[in-house]
Ligand binder design. Structure first.
Ligand SMILES: Cc1cc2nc3c(=O)[nH]c(=O)nc-3n(C[C@H](O)[C@H](O)[C@H](O)COP(=O)(O)OP(=O)(O)OC[C@H]3O[C@@H](n4cnc5c(N)ncnc54)[C@H](O)[C@@H]3O)c2cc1C
Length: 396
């Protein structure tokens, strides 16, 4: 391979699709993956069933690469789980001749800069493009600087979880109890004993929190003494429902949450209009002060699951010239386009145009779930469209 060396941060579906697009041009992709496996981000929620079918999860490039082994070609009639997305799609892609040797797992990018220039030099000037990018990479051999001509940051939106305190800042005690607060969707089927007979406080209202509460409610129905307290910030949450939702699994989840909020389960106490005022350790359990519609309450929980959203790691590019939206943390032009669409439904999001993906920093692109900042909802098929747009900008 010749041509520009393209560093791709993250081996999720969008990073791998970008790597295929780079490889098919005969350029040199290098995919850095912080986790110990390909698609480590997706693996973190591997037990969760996707809302989208294979036909929406496999890009045209992926299908062309895998041929008859592509999972949407084989007979796979039900929705995949995150783990299946990794083992049936992402891992075979990383092993395919087009990408073999170009995906480095256990390699975390810690910072991206321009050789010889700091952030405020050569402002939005083509002179920056004449200098290579420098990436500080950490792997099992330690830290080193690697170079690239183009950088595609597809490091996902899960890097920095939001805090649970009111106003988005940590609640008193939250920082000290970081180790005790869970921030991923629990695999209740895998470890029912950890939740059966226990009190679990779930904080958050998005689809991840809804999935956790749905699964806990099902366990509570079977295992007596299991209790769930669900703290939801909005007084009247809409649960991300979409009229006439074409994704039945999402519609079902939303309907279930609406029913739980209406008191459908005696084991789930839903607190609408609630925020966490403080959290402390008490005799090996977690004592959480909730304030719900102005009324204080203490919940003594065995487990606290905080699923209040997350955002990608903006520190990676803090030495680059990136114009980020002050409200959403997404790149400014893309954020304006998304805000203009006026919808929080990921299916309704406008297809990106190449211009919305350009940054003042030449040759640096943020795509995939990270590009949507705090918008939250994101579909990988949007990421595949972004890859096409970025390649359109780069093609001579
Ligand atoms: C529970 C859940 C369910 C979802 N269901 C769907 C669905 O049904 N359909 C759908 O289209 N989307 C769904 N999504 C959204 C989904 O996450 C994205 O569509 C998809 O994973 C985005 O791919 P990505 O490549 O942008 O990011 P990711 O898949 O998150 O990949 C980013 C990768 O970058 C790595 N990384 C992070 N930081 C660094 C670093 N500094 N250096 C190197 N590597 C790094 C991470 O380890 C990760 O593997 C769901 C998300 C969640 C959380």
């Amino acid at each position: 391979m010749s041509g520009p060396r393209v560093a791709i941060v993250g081996s999720g579906p969008v990073g791998l699709d970008a790597a295929l697009a780079v490889a098919e041009r005969g350029w040199q992709p290098v995919v850095y993956e912080a986790g110990s496996t390909v698609g480590a981000g997706v693996r973190g929620w591997g037990h969760v069933e996707l809302f989208t079918p294979w036909s929406m999860n496999v890009s045209t490039r992926m299908r062309a690469t895998l041929g008859s082994a592509a999972p949407d070609v084989a007979d796979r009639t039900r929705l995949p789980t995150g783990a299946e997305l990794v083992s049936w799609l992402l891992e075979p892609l990383a092993r395919a001749p087009e990408l073999a040797g170009h995906v480095r797992v256990g390699a975390r990018v810690l910072g991206i800069g321009r050789a010889g220039l700091v952030k405020d030099e050569e402002i939005a000037s083509d002179a920056r493009a004449a200098r290579p990018f420098l990436l500080l990479v950490e792997d099992h051999d330690g830290e080193r600087i690697e170079r690239a001509d183009i950088v595609i940051d597809s490091s996902g939106a899960l890097s920095i979880p939001n805090a649970i305190g009111d106003g988005g800042i940590p609640a008193p005690g939250e920082r000290a109890l970081q180790h005790a607060i869970e921030r991923t969707i629990p695999d209740i089927g895998e470890e029912p004993g950890a939740f059966a007979g226990a009190t679990t406080l779930v904080v958050g209202a998005g689809h991840s929190a809804q999935t956790a509460v749905r699964d806990l409610a099902a366990l509570a129905h079977e295992a007596g003494g299991t209790r769930v307290v669900w703290a939801v910030r909005d007084r009247e949450p809409h649960w991300g429902g979409v009229p006439g939702d074409p994704l039945p699994a999402r519609a079902e989840l939303v309907a279930g949450s609406t029913a739980l909020a209406g008191g459908a389960s005696p084991d789930v106490d839903v607190r609408l209009g609630s925020s966490v005022a403080a959290i402390a350790e008490r005799d090996g359990r977690l004592l959480v002060a909730l304030r719900t519609r102005g009324v204080g309450e203490e919940v003594l929980a065995d487990r606290v699951i905080a699923l209040v959203g997350a955002v990608g790691d903006g520190t990676l590019h803090e030495q680059l010239q990136v114009h980020q939206c002050y409200a959403t943390a997404a790149p400014m032009s893309l954020s304006a386009a998304l805000l203009g669409s006026g919808s929080t439904d990921c299916l309704a999001q406008a297809a990106p145009s190449g211009d919305t993906l350009k940054n003042p920093e030449p040759g640096f692109f943020i795509i995939g779930a990270k590009s949507h900042g705090r918008f939250g909802a994101f579909l990988m098929q949007t990421g595949y469209a972004q890859v096409d747009e970025v390649m359109g900008l780069l093609d001579p």
